[in-house]
Design a protein around this ligand. Structure first.
Ligand code: MN
Length: 204
């Protein structure tokens, strides 16, 4: 039995960048919906008592994979955010790592926003770490996660990424607040990035 993790902040904590009505829908309906659906799908299967990571890593049935990955992806997105900070920057060490790989922090921000804006699918844009400690910005579509190789085999360049943070660019993530203005959502969400979470993942 898979349960919906608690929201790590109040539903008003990200306002006005992401309003509570969006969180209520995204968390209370979409995220909960994937949990309900997955529990239906795994009943009477060998995955009935498995944890999410085991299911994502080993299931062959796409409906089960999609719902399990969406639960984990949404939890990861939630943990990637925190209340707005005016000058929201990584710690000095992590900032230097980003500057080293991307030229400057501004160049990194621009690259991330451009990549997320151009993510054609319903999907996510991730900052991730390669096994060689390189930082990469990658797009996934639908329920895709950098954790499972099938996702990136489609891109023909599979690497076992470690996700650092993710931004959900499915329309349901921003449509109530920004309608079709995805670039505005992406520009504003920069002050919500939970750099402590990202850095903690980077050091794993
Ligand atoms: Mn979503």
């Amino acid at each position: 039995m898979i349960t919906l993790p608690q929201l790590p902040f109040a539903n008003t904590a990200l306002a006005p960048i992401i309003e509570s009505k969006t969180i209520d829908l995204h968390y209370g309906k979409h995220h909960q919906g994937y949990v309900n659906k997955l529990n239906e799908l795994i009943k009477w299967t060998p995955f009935e008592n498995s944890d999410l990571e085991t299911i994502i890593a080993s299931v062959d049935a796409w409906p089960i994979f999609n719902n399990a990955a969406q639960i984990r992806n949404h939890t990861f997105y939630r943990n990637s955010l925190r209340s707005a900070l005016e000058n929201n920057l990584p710690s000095d060490d992590f900032l230097r790592a980003i500057e080293q790989k991307r030229g400057s922090f501004d160049a990194f921000k621009q690259e991330f926003i451009t990549k997320a804006t151009n993510n054609f699918w319903s999907g996510r844009t991730w900052l991730a770490k390669t096994p060689h400690n390189e930082l990469e910005i990658i797009n996934t579509s639908n329920a895709g996660t950098p954790l499972r190789q099938e996702t990136v085999i489609w891109n023909k360049d599979w690497i076992a990424y470690i996700p650092l943070f993710t931004i959900d660019v499915w329309e349901h993530a921003y449509y109530l607040d920004y309608q079709n203005r995805r670039p505005d959502y992406l520009t504003n969400i920069r002050s919500l990035i939970n750099w402590s979470f990202a850095e903690n993942n980077f050091s794993k």
